[in-house]
Design a protein around this ligand. Structure first.
Ligand code: SAH
Ligand code: SF4
Ligand code: F3S
Length: 449
């Protein structure tokens, strides 16, 4: 759907653009693809949102704060540019675009609104906006947008590759099934081709992305582990990761891949959200506390050194102190290497938003503090226990000090090393010192590719 709106004054075609992505890694991936699209149209990327002719805000709708940020960002871009007498074109992309659609045009008078399944049409929508037609496209077409995107060019050593989109799980607090649509998997061959192109463009590590990435299937019985085994054969690709997974889609084949496939990194982000069965049921998570813990036992049996990560929500409607204590005891039982935790945020249109017994803000604050203290303690303990380990480190960027470089261990820890290295190097390192958030390593050798 492309709807004409009020006719704003004719604009000139943007020559420079800036894409700013919020939210999850899938948005980061989408942002990169949008930038590639505009570059293919001859526009030039700028690092500064305040000097670009076209600013694309690639937005996140997951919590209220994230959504409100869009409107303050639009205001800031306009104010800074306006002080210099410029009126940049503004495009709102991502999940807020999908959820709020025309409301954004009404409320913020932006030039373009484009949803996550329609951004291959961005150049056309920008052209419409230039000719005075405010353009909105939040369709979720059956034909995939991926085929309409330009080839991958230069990428960072750690690259993202979206293989699965959407969600059919309908957790009662979550907007993703509405903003990203139903679960779909990209075809096997298209993914392998894109992975090869990413490696040719400089990637040494690929993180396969999906809102439910471990639900990926080719419809013919092949699952994510088959895809991982195929990518493992790509010459020059040193590391494979995937995120985010749902406990119920954790197939035995994928667990086995963690045992067998050397390039598959020993790290798993497996959100659980809460430790109480009553809360898990109210969230419609479709798994129990015990089912989750038993699953982790099987994964740890296959790959004993695996680093576990999770997501947590505190203060889901009706959560009692005793139920919250079950989240804390689950954290104690698992020993996460890292994790994300959030205060419950009621989202319009989700079932949980209309439940009674919304939890008071002070109670949520206090629970979040206790949970984060436990998670920080476990992260520091995991890092401390890593000292003495020998492992690979993929260098991602320069450190703050001269000769210092920053990279990632197999367990996704940040590691500082010193020496004559370069971005993209995979080094053999001994981890020598641990802090709460990062480690220091001594380089033994450049690892074989
Ligand atoms: N598909 C992934 C991630 C979804 S969004 C999964 O199912 O795990 C990332 C995280 O945001 C979720 O795991 C959840 O912890 C959090 N989240 C989602 N909706 C939320 C809400 N309404 N309030 C607070 N946190 C939320
Ligand atoms: Fe949201 Fe649940 Fe789907 Fe994750 S599994 S995206 S939390 S509905
Ligand atoms: Fe946010 Fe959409 Fe990702 S709501 S977390 S950007 S799927």
């Amino acid at each position: 759907m492309s709807v004409p709106a009020k006719t704003p004054p004719q604009k000139t075609s943007p020559k420079t653009f800036h894409v700013k992505s919020f939210g999850c890694q899938m948005n980061v991936y989408d942002g990169e693809r949008m930038a590639e699209l505009m570059a293919a149209e001859g526009m030039v990327a700028t690092d500064d949102a305040h000097t670009a002719d076209l600013v694309v805000l690639n937005t996140c709708h997951i919590r209220e704060k994230a959504t409100e940020k869009v409107y303050s960002d639009i205001g800031r871009v306009r104010k800074v540019a306006g002080a210099e007498g410029r009126t940049p074109m503004i495009a709102v992309a991502g999940c807020v675009a999908q959820a709020e659609g025309e409301e954004i045009v009404r409320r913020a008078k932006v030039d373009v609104v484009v949803g996550p399944q329609a951004y291959h049409n961005l150049p056309k929508l920008v052209a419409d906006a230039v000719s005075g037609t405010a353009a909105l496209d939040t369709d979720m077409p059956l034909a995939s947008k991926f085929a309409a995107l330009p080839a991958r060019r230069k990428v960072a050593p750690g690259a993202f590759l979206t293989v699965q989109e959407g969600c059919d799980k309908f957790c009662t607090y979550c907007v993703v099934p509405y903003t990203r649509g139903a679960e779909i998997s990209r075809p096997f061959a298209a993914i392998v081709d894109e992975a090869k192109a990413l490696v040719d463009a400089g990637a040494r590590e690929i993180t396969l992305l999906g809102q439910n990435v471990n639900a990926w299937t080719d419809g013919d019985g092949r699952g994510l582990h088959d895809l991982i085994r195929a990518l493992d054969r790509i010459h020059g690709l040193a590391r494979i990761r995937y995120t985010t997974s749902h406990p119920n889609d954790m197939a035995q084949g994928l667990i086995d891949a963690h045992r067998d496939v050397e390039s598959l990194m020993p790290f798993l982000h497996l959100p659980v959200q809460a430790g109480s069965d009553r809360v898990l049921r109210a969230m419609n998570r479709q798994h129990t506390r015990d089912g989750y813990l038993r699953l982790l036992d099987r994964i740890r049996a296959a790959r004993p050194d695996i680093a576990l990560s999770g997501d947590f929500i505190v203060g889901f409607p009706g959560e009692t102190e005793a139920e919250f204590a079950e989240t804390l005891s689950l954290v104690d039982a698992v020993g996460y290497a890292q994790a994300y935790s959030f205060k419950y945020s009621p989202r319009p249109g989700t079932p949980a938003a209309t439940l009674g017994e919304q939890i008071a803000a002070e109670v949520m604050d206090e629970r979040l503090q206790r949970l984060q203290a436990a998670l920080n303690r476990d992260q520091a303990a995991f890092n401390a226990a890593s000292v003495g380990r020998e492992c690979s480190v993929l260098i991602e960027r320069r450190g703050k000090r001269d000769g210092q470089w920053l990279g990632k261990s197999p367990w996704l820890q940040s590691v500082h090393v010193v020496g004559p290295h370069a971005i993209g190097d995979v080094l053999d390192v001994t981890l020598t010192q641990a802090g709460p958030l990062s480690l220091t390593g001594e380089v033994r050798a450049l690892a074989a590719a």
